[in-house]
Design a protein around this ligand. Structure first.
Ligand code: NAD
Length: 309
């Protein structure tokens, strides 16, 4: 019977589905223990990871009969794809299975940053009636700029359009002739940044996109614009972003992903005291529903790759 090692959390029903078919080594906290991972990977036919297990060339060198890496999600930047290819190991993301979760996060962040509903909470429970403090802005009629126009961005575009937003996107790899929910393609990132009232990032982390949003690019954003990053840390220069919010140039940001994850006290402290900032621990794509979908898709991908049907 084939064996699969699962090194990060997985939905219980998908896990049971796997356990009915093959032998499962479920070790959801193993992701940061490379030594043990190297020992255990030598014994298995499949590995299932989220984004916190570094699937390095060194780790893959310890794989004996490993045939497939199932990714509980879509970003593949924690996996050495070249090393996997050379070792003839398939890498299978759960494409699209968490896209709605990310899109709903983006809409929620957009609305909340424009209309911060919790800001007057303390005043309210203290018996105040701070109406001015609650006056926010509308997203209707404003322009949302999408960097990257793949699975997630296209779902965001549909939802934002339903809120009356104009949608523009920059993605040099997307065929513009396909009509995309009324979204307009622009020919450069700089052009997008100059026209968007809010910008949401939906590109993978690659050499090209590393620090794509550096200080110079942030400076090109409109005064009062907001930035939402659910893609990967490392794409946005965090220090520069803080600077642009503190100087009042940008109106705020929502960050779900960070250059160094998890944030420790030191790195967390740099965001302390900044208004108009939403920080979440890489959960934009994780809801109860998406966790079930992603886990089931990954289980099925892995079984198929191992020849089970
Ligand atoms: P996707 O592959 O469908 O879309 C990515 C798009 O980016 C593609 O259309 C591609 O052409 C475009 N692109 C690549 N390089 C570009 C560049 N330099 N400039 C402009 N466009 C570029 O991926 P997706 O499913 O939409 O996911 C996007 C990213 O979101 C993933 O790579 C992943 O890192 C991240 N993600 C995060 C979470 C989370 O929980 N925070 C969940 C899911 C995905």
């Amino acid at each position: 019977m084939a064996t699969v090692l699962v090194s990060e959390f997985m939905d219980g029903s998908a896990l049971a589905f796997l356990e009915n078919r093959l032998s499962v080594d479920y070790a959801p906290n193993l992701f940061d223990d490379q030594q043990t991972l190297m020992q255990r990977i030598s014994l298995v036919d499949a590995l299932i990871v989220r984004n916190r297990t570094p699937v390095t060339r060194e780790l893959l060198n310890h794989a004996g009969q490993l045939k497939v890496v199932g990714r509980l999600g879509v970003g593949l930047d924690n996996i050495d794809l070249e090393a996997a290819k050379q070792a003839n190991i398939q890498v299978l993301p759960a494409t699209g299975a968490n896209a709605v979760a990310v899109a709903e996060y983006v809409m929620s962040a957009l609305l909340h940053l424009r209309r911060p509903m919790t800001s007057g909470f303390q005043a309210m429970v203290g018996g105040d009636w701070p109406r001015e403090q609650f006056i926010g802005g509308e997203i209707s009629g404003k322009t949302l700029g999408l960097i990257g126009f793949g699975q997630i961005a296209q779902i965001v575009a549909k939802r934002a359009a339903a809120f009356g937003m104009r949608i523009a996107y920059f993605d040099p790899y997307v065929d513009e002739s396909e009509h995309h929910a009324g979204a307009t393609a622009v020919s450069s990132l700089d052009e997008l940044l100059a026209l968007a009232d809010s910008v949401s990032i939906h590109v993978p982390l690659t050499e090209d996109t590393h620090r794509l949003m550096d200080s110079q690019r942030l400076a090109l954003m409109k005064s009062g614009a907001i930035l939402i990053n659910t893609s990967r840390g490392g794409i946005v220069d965090e220090k520069a972003l803080i600077h642009h919010i503190q100087t009042g140039h940008l109106g705020g940001a929502a960050l779900d992903v960070f250059e160094h994850e998890p944030l420790d006290e030191l790195k967390g402290a740099r965001f302390d005291g900044i208004d108009q900032l939403i920080l979440t621990p890489h959960i934009a794509g994780v809801t109860h529903e998406s966790n079930r979908r992603v886990s089931q898709v990954t289980a099925e991908n892995v079984l198929r790759a191992l020849g089970y049907e």
